[in-house]
Design a protein. Structure first.
Length: 439
């Protein structure tokens, strides 16, 4: 039998388990084993025990000591627009205005393949440097932009082109037939890595949503769109649909997606801020997931769109699954640390209990992998999973006894300079391979 090829990593570890718990090793040892399909996690244990168990096999060559750095699983960003990185810091007075003034013009530039390629190379390098190794991604309407994104994405991502057939600028409008043919081709090329992506009910005809949903279901693809982000958006959606045949008596935004086949266990609905109990019930019954993007929904003075506070307790009571997303460019920063901080801050301000950093860490990692159906292979540092993790130096921070306090101290020490969250991670490992971050 061939000898096992092991690697050893020493550091402070947090391994998210669920909303209430993270395994915590102040000084721990992560053991990984090389396989044909990349490295897998073999063990995670306190260093002292680890040295007893593996000591004779640990050498200067196969052991990396990160000192007091914190090691976490990589992040899953479950809602972001890779084509909006350039508009994340544009003024955001209202969602619909921001789309028209900045976002649509930015997305039009991706019509040129060479532009999409250069941007793809740059963006996905930046994403992995932020520790994000999986998630669900919106592209522009252009077919080749999805190809470029999937070519450069490092990790477990599903990507879809936004579909726009009505109420959109002329240069970003496709016919129904074009949208459906495009979906067929992308599914054929990328299989389940393609994500069926009507931009939202305002821009995508019911015929396209119906036909595309059926195609996606047949191929086992995920579907994603936006739902109930702002009251103006909801009013606009209902005013459009109540004039369409078959939707005259539609009572809610969610019902529109239910009637077009958009809901289900592979459906990711971005935002869901303003949902009635009836709508939440439909989402729960259909096993649809909500993706919460706190930095994007945050007040305008915090660089968000001011859409309101996501009521996670109501969502959980209704049995609806949810995970976190950055919603770049509605959200201003790519870092999931900033997203976690915003989730905790906004709930704390409204005196909502239960919005802890331990919960935020779970919702930024394993919960996303669970929703994507990848949790047997990735999402945390359990035995048997991909050796994918990120390293954050703690610079002498005194280690508290509780994981909650450790995350709080580490994350909140940077809240005065949110751009700084982009610089916290010094190493990212994907399937055991250290990624080049700044070249
Ligand atoms: Zn979005």
């Amino acid at each position: 039998m061939a000898a096992q090829k092991l690697s050893f990593y020493i550091g402070t570890f947090l391994n998210p388990k669920d909303d209430e718990s993270s395994d915590y090793y102040k000084t721990g040892l992560l053991v990984t084993e090389a396989t044909d399909a990349g490295a897998r996690i073999l063990d995670l244990l306190p260093l002292e025990r680890g040295v007893k168990k593996y000591g004779p096999r640990m050498t200067g060559r196969n052991t990396t000591d990160f000192g007091d750095a914190l090691i976490l699983p990589g992040f899953f960003d479950m809602h972001f627009h890779w084509v909006q990185d350039d508009v994340s810091d544009m003024p955001k007075d209202s969602l619909l205005e921001w789309l028209e003034k900045y976002t649509f013009p930015a997305e039009m530039k991706f019509a040129k393949r060479s532009y999409a390629r250069a941007k793809g190379r740059q963006f996905f390098k930046k994403l992995v440097a932020h520790g994000t190794i999986g998630g669900a991604c919106y592209s522009s309407i252009h077919e080749h932009a999805v190809d470029e994104a999937l070519k450069y994405a490092r990790g477990d991502f599903v990507v879809g082109n936004v579909l726009m057939n009505m109420n959109s600028p002329a240069s970003l409008t496709q016919t129904d037939a074009e949208s459906i043919a495009l979906t067929e081709r992308l599914i054929e090329r990328h299989g389940a890595l393609h994500c069926f992506t009507p931009r939202f009910a305002i821009t995508t005809t019911p015929a396209v949503m119906r036909a595309g949903s059926a195609l996606a279901d047949r191929a086992g693809c995920f579907k994603q769109t936006h739902l109930s982000e702002t009251p103006q958006e909801i009013a606009f959606v209902l005013s459009i649909y109540r004039k369409l045949p078959g939707f005259e008596r539609v009572r809610s935004y969610t019902e529109i997606y239910a009637k077009t086949g958009m809901l289900g266990k592979r459906s990711l609905m971005g935002h869901g801020i303003h949902l009635s109990p009836k709508e939440l019930k439909i989402l729960g019954q259909t096993k649809t997931s909500l993706i919460h993007c706190p930095t994007s929904n945050a007040p305008i003075k915090e660089l968000g769109l001011g859409s309101g506070l996501f009521d996670f307790r109501k969502v959980e009571r209704a049995g609806v699954r949810w995970a976190l997303g950055s919603d770049i460019g509605g959200g201003p920063f790519l870092s999931m640390f900033d997203v976690m901080r915003s989730f905790v801050d906004q709930n704390k301000r409204k005196h909502v209990s239960g919005a802890t950093y331990v919960k935020a860490l779970y919702r930024a990692t394993l919960a996303g992998a669970e929703i994507l159906g990848l949790n047997r292979r990735t999402g945390n540092l359990n035995r048997g999973k991909d050796a994918s993790f990120i390293v954050i130096p703690l610079n002498g921070l005194k280690l508290p006894d509780e994981p909650e306090l450790l995350l709080k101290r580490m994350i909140e020490s940077h809240r005065g300079n949110r751009a700084h969250y982009s610089k916290l991670i010094t190493a990212v490992y994907l399937n055991g391979k250290r990624q080049r971050l700044n070249s």
